[in-house]
Design a protein around this ligand. Sequence first.
Ligand SMILES: [Mn+2]
Length: 310
Amino acid sequence: MTAVFGHLNPDTDAITAALVYAHLLSRQGTPAQAYRLGELNFETAFVLEQAGVDAPPLLSELPAGSEVALVDHNESAQSVAGLKNLTVTHVVDHHKLGDLETSQPAVLRFEPVGCTATILMRLHREAGLSIDATDARLLLSAVLSDTLHFRSPTTTAADREAAAFLAPIAGVTDVTAYAMQMFAAKSDLGDTPAEKLLKMDYKVFPFGAGKWGLGVIETTNPGYVFGRQAELLVAMQAEKAASGLDGVLLSVVDILNETNRTLVPSDAEAAVVQAAFGASTEAQVADLQKRISRKKQIVPALEAYFAAHA
Ligand SMILES: [Mn+2]
């Protein structure tokens, strides 16, 4: 049984891609089981409830040599502990290639599109396989989530085509209204502890000789998040110390206005932010303006900075 999973601190794409790819692999003769590497965020919980689908089980540890399929990630820092001891048989991803190593030839499908779901839709069509209403809803939800309803600069024509193809199969007649429901669910953060808010959409990247943690909170209600700024900065400092990181940033992305104001816990990060983005930090907040994509706008600028200062 191949274990299929998306990245740590999973988002909607990571969860739905695992579910749909496990289903596709099984239909193609490779028995597979979807897993998750963390708690569902509020948007993903809403999506699964709407689709009438249970969350995949939490993956803790796999015996060495177990066959795994990675979706929506490929870097070991974002994957299950001990990935190097597992047999990666498949990767379907839309992120930059990181430190991926395989012990055997593997099926690799990478495309520079806005969402893993877009690639999964193509895999079905290339195989001549239909997509049922449930899988179509899961995939559509992931497209809307990852592209922020086509607002993100990561959005491609292929993502728009995928959504247009999937919506009627999913029975979603008003895609905009459904996207707004998803974003409302995502923004309803209640009394979630600050440490959890930081980690909800959080990835660790190797930069230069060190590692940085980059969190994002995509919300229609940034005022709520900034109301908790002091707690979040404390949580960021604590995570930096606990995980031995060189820097931590938390970007608060206003989905509707397409802006990014980023929390900066110390002068060390502020100096890098100034150099990499030309943005000054005032009262521990840097205005990164229209840079709303971690993948396309935040990580490349930081990589370029660290490459130049190695
Ligand atoms: Mn994704």
